[in-house]
Design a protein around this ligand. Sequence first.
Ligand SMILES: Cc1cc2nc3c(=O)[nH]c(=O)nc-3n(C[C@H](O)[C@H](O)[C@H](O)COP(=O)(O)OP(=O)(O)OC[C@H]3O[C@@H](n4cnc5c(N)ncnc54)[C@H](O)[C@@H]3O)c2cc1C
Length: 443
Amino acid sequence: MAEKVTLVGGGLAGSLMSIYLAKRGYEVYIYERRADMRSGNYVGGRSINLALSTRGIRGLAKVGLDQEVLDISIPMTGRMMHPVQGDLKYQPYGKEGQAIYSVSRGQLNIKLLQLADQYPNIHMFFNYKCTAANLETCETTYTNENGETVVDKADVVLGTDGAFSALRDAMQRTPRFNFSQNYENYGYKELEIVPDANGEFQFDKNCLHIWPRKSFMMIALPNPGGNFTCTLFMPFDGNPGIDDLKTPEQITVFFNTHFPDAVPMMPGLVDDYLQNPTGMLTTMRCYPWVKGTNALMGDSAHAVVPFYGQGMNCSFEDCIVLDECIEELGGDWASVLDAYQKLRKPNADAIANLALQNFVEMRDLVGSDAFLHKKKVEHTLSEKHPDLFVSQYERVTFSTRDYAEALAYGELNDRVLESIIQNGWEERLDDRAFVETLFADNK
Ligand SMILES: Cc1cc2nc3c(=O)[nH]c(=O)nc-3n(C[C@H](O)[C@H](O)[C@H](O)COP(=O)(O)OP(=O)(O)OC[C@H]3O[C@@H](n4cnc5c(N)ncnc54)[C@H](O)[C@@H]3O)c2cc1C
């Protein structure tokens, strides 16, 4: 009889992993706390759209969903910076033809669930909230919408239940389980830039728009309907602080002062601000990710702040790596899960750090001429010597090499860039031998 794998949570990682497992012939059970999104009653909990990049696309390609998802996505080839006054500034993310893709979280999850539904060995249960887990017996307990308690027993349990994972809760009560959770003093509000009277985008749709304001920022990602989902990230109790904007007047004055070009396109601004929940930003790390034949994946193992646009991409990569471990090590689950956690943990830690670093870059540095000059030098180097220089952003976003490698090379890149800029060597970048020496000297 085929082994049974239970997935706690049918979000992005859970629904993708279920398909990988079904293709390998396992009996797969998914228990999802929310209602079935496909029935149309999906209420987006957080972030309406997400930036999908190379790692995530690779995860989807393994189940043949990449093109279908790209077809409902909008490519963003670079950042468009909006100063309070003055001209917009554009900075490409990578080389010609490289882009990240804005996709609806709900639609992506629905596509994955629709595909999962085509496998007779995937069994999905919605409105089932996991309330307990016995890590020794692989039994997980659920409360369903009728208030009934249901116990599931499996050979393997995977916690794909997000940042506030019930499976991780059970692991936290076992000896030698490390866990840390750090909240930023920042909250976020989702808002909207609407289409114009003809249903068209009011800003360039192929960019991720940023309004960097040093201690806070707003970003906007395009949606296929001609609108943008905006997210304001701001300290809770700073000056200005998210908690200080309480009245329609305060909100209007604040946005007119800091985002004057966007306000006329945000007719629902005050209502959205007052009615939409304030999201929180947290980094969660833990280890081990495996206890017996129970394992954590995606945000349950490593919730990161969203500033590199990699949480989902990294979670899809977890699925790829676990699948590769199964391929390599067969049905020996102890070895499979151990290999998986050892391969992924350093990379999860690296992307957590990279995401924190990128927050400073996005809200503060991208607005400055010095930063844009540095990016230009970076771009020239990677165009002229693609084998010598790959920017950290490209390594993270447009490659599938380890995040840990991107973090390490980023530091070397920074030293090289600093020496070029400080010494005014921008004119010497055609000289390959010179660039090689720079790298050697800065190692
Ligand atoms: C504001 C914001 C912007 C983001 N932008 C990006 C981006 O641009 N690019 C990117 O790659 N990532 C982004 N992310 C990160 C991304 O959302 C997550 O990394 C990704 O959703 C993780 O997938 P997951 O399946 O592990 O968790 P989730 O998507 O959270 O799915 C977990 C699932 O488990 C279910 N569940 C939870 N508890 C239980 C329970 N007790 N019982 C049963 N089911 C349960 C939930 O209902 C949910 O369906 C962003 C995150 C935020 C907050």
